[in-house]
Design a protein around this ligand. Structure first.
Ligand code: DX5
Ligand code: ZN
Length: 220
């Protein structure tokens, strides 16, 4: 059985106390810190850049999972690697040269992922699956925290999981958007093993407890 990992998204954290918020979820046992980077082009929102990754790096041992929601992510991969990212995910929809972007990430010694939006079929990643450490299935339209989970992505996770199983691949499946105590069990059942959660963790009065409860819900 694959290990379930909880990946709090700092998008919903209190940015005036970011270091403290990160320490809180790390202490609660979160394995991965999900960092949402938006450029105001690929998605209709602007968030953070390499500067914030660099500032947080000395304060955390968690794996830094950088989710690039930016056009032509190739331009910034090296900056984020230098800033302390452990993993970088790029969107299939954001570049015509997805294979090159993946090679670039891995060439810098990081693990690499590709993300697909809710309406994007799995076909586009079929011929690069061998190269990937992770596939990120978006379960909301990227751009904002606190949106409602789109259940139509569940069969997509199932198909991907079955396919990776057949390949005997160690590629992980991450799911991002609207994950909470109600939706977590279904995505794990479908085959996801890394659960991103923004609002469900940081919009709670007790984020540490939210991480623990999410893990319990996910593990069933
Ligand atoms: C959405 C981001 C998500 C976001 C998830 O574009 O990629 O990582 O933080 O937030 P919740 O868990 O609140 O849906
Ligand atoms: Zn994300």
């Amino acid at each position: 059985i694959r290990m379930i990992k909880i990946a709090p998204s700092i998008l919903s954290a209190d940015f005036a106390h970011l270091g403290d918020q990160v320490a809180l979820v790390e202490k609660a046992g979160a394995e991965v810190l999900h960092i949402d980077v938006m450029d105001g082009h690929f998605v209709p929102n602007i968030t953070i850049g390499p500067l914030v990754v660099k500032a947080l790096r000395p304060y955390s041992q968690m794996r830094f999972d950088v989710h690039l929601m930016i056009e032509h992510p190739e331009r910034f991969i090296e900056e984020f690697a230098k800033a302390g990212a452990d993993h970088i995910t790029v969107h299939l929809e954001a570049t015509p040269h997805i294979h090159r972007a993946i090679q670039q990430i891995k060439g810098l010694g990081l693990t690499a992922g590709v993300s697909i939006n809710p309406a994007t079929p799995l076909d586009g990643i079929k011929y690069i699956l061998d190269e990937l450490d992770m596939v990120l299935i978006m379960s909301v339209n990227p751009g904002f925290g606190g949106q409602k989970f789109i259940p139509a992505v569940l069969p997509k996770i199932e198909v991907l999981h079955r396919h990776l199983d057949q390949m005997q691949s160690s590629c992980e499946i991450e799911v991002d958007g609207g994950i909470n105590l109600d939706t977590a069990p279904a995505v794990v059942k479908a085959g996801a093993n890394i659960l991103v959660a923004g609002a469900a963790v940081f919009a709670c009065a007790d984020p540490a407890r939210a991480v623990q409860e999410l893990r319990e819900a996910a593990q069933g």
